[in-house]
Design a protein around this ligand. Structure first.
Ligand code: UD1
Length: 354
């Protein structure tokens, strides 16, 4: 069996690390890795390959820093060429980025089976590029691996169960596999870490490209700092550019993007997580930390329903909402995201569907 995997953005490297390790256990499976180059800085890309020993990509496309259309279009063109020459049995894509959509579309047009890992998630906000990418990718996928029951139900609602020749599998969440695989490798970042800190991240387009919103968020973080509450925020390049452009005053601790091993150290040692990332909301839960989400919606609704996560209301004061939640503790003994064997489930299914 030949699987062609398309990855390009940081969270996809973390997911691929778990699945590629599982693939290496099977002599009858060959994986071809295509890295689109969407993320290209060392600390956004190569550090993950080195640290988690992800096999070196067979193809590196170096497509980045373009508008959505140009980026997706160029990826589509290049991935198509690779599929034509490699002739894989499956093209496997993760999540909801432009690299995901480009990989799925290139494969489907060539009648190669599309495998979507992290299928069925919805924020119901079509202003998000990720929502567009995930809906379109699901529509053209042949095998859809859903991390949660909610994701399966979303597909049901959209009529997927009436479709012929597709397979929907509740597989659990592959990010849980990664946590279990690498937890023992956690590594302290080489920075002075304050006591009792909040771990924050901020990069989503709906926050960074809405200048009013990003200003309000940074102001709230500054106010928390003024009150003696420590924040550590690894800064995504997108956010860094906008902060410079708007000349925003930042009083809290920002650091360069960290590796996965460093991130899990920060998660383990933080008191609370504030984020607009999808992955980090779940990772907060895996590390038994309460999460405040800087978004209007979340795809991980079970976290909110179970009282592990709160969405910020941007029409109200952000600082006071955070202050009210700051001492929240959680008990993550419920298994919301499977049992950490998602990679095995995926590979077994692919073997059955060859
Ligand atoms: C992308 C995904 C998002 C995911 C995120 C994870 C899409 C539509 N969005 O958003 O779903 O949550 O990755 O991080 O695919 N940049 C650098 N160096 C890098 C990477 C990016 O400077 O290594 C810059 C780019 O040039 C661009 C900006 O950051 O100016 C945004 O990068 P882009 O890949 O377009 O989107 P992300 O915000 O990373």
């Amino acid at each position: 069996m030949k699987i062609l995997t398309v990855i390009g953005a940081r969270p996809q490297f973390i997911k691929a690390a778990a699945l590629s390790k599982e693939i290496l256990k099977h002599n009858d499976i060959k994986e071809i890795i295509v890295h689109t180059g969407q993320h290209f800085d060392t600390n956004m890309s190569s550090v993950f390959f080195e640290e988690m020993k992800i096999p070196k990509p067979d193809y590196y496309l170096d497509i980045n820093s373009l508008s959505h259309g140009a980026m997706t279009g160029r990826m589509l063109e290049e991935i198509e060429k690779i599929i034509l020459s490699e002739k894989p049995d499956f093209v496997l894509v993760y999540g909801d980025t432009n690299s995901t959509l480009a990989g799925a579309l290139a494969a489907k047009k060539l009648h190669i089976k599309v495998v979507h890992v992290e299928a069925g998630l919805r924020s119901f906000d079509m202003n998000m590029p990720e929502e567009i990418n995930r809906i379109l990718t699901d529509q053209i996928s042949d095998i859809l691996f859903c991390p949660t029951e909610t994701a399966v139900n979303n597909l049901k609602e959209e009529g997927f169960f009436k479709k012929q020749n597709i397979k929907i599998v509740k597989s659990g969440d592959i990010m849980f596999d990664s946590v279990l695989l690498f937890k023992q490798n956690m590594k302290k970042p080489e920075i002075d870490l304050p006591e009792n800190f909040i771990l924050a991240t901020l990069h989503r387009q709906e926050n960074t490209d809405n200048y009013n919103r990003i200003t309000k968020i940074i102001d709230a973080f500054n106010k928390l700092t003024e009150q003696g509450i420590n924040i550590v925020l690894p800064l995504h390049p997108r956010t860094s550019k906008i902060i410079k452009k708007l000349n925003l005053k930042v009083d809290f601790k920002t650091i360069d993007p960290v590796s996965y091993f460093e991130m899990i150290y920060l998660l383990e040692n933080s008191k609370l997580v504030i984020t607009d990332s999808g992955g980090l909301q779940k990772e907060a839960y895996f590390f038994n930390k309460y999460c405040i989400t800087l978004r209007d919606t979340t795809e991980w609704v079970e976290l909110v329903e179970n009282g592990y996560n709160t969405l910020i209301d941007f029409d109200k004061d952000i600082f006071s909402q955070i202050i009210n939640l700051i001492d929240k503790k959680i008990d993550n003994s419920k298994f919301l995201y499977g049992d950490g064997k998602t990679s095995q489930i995926i590979i077994n299914q692919l073997k059955n569907n060859l």
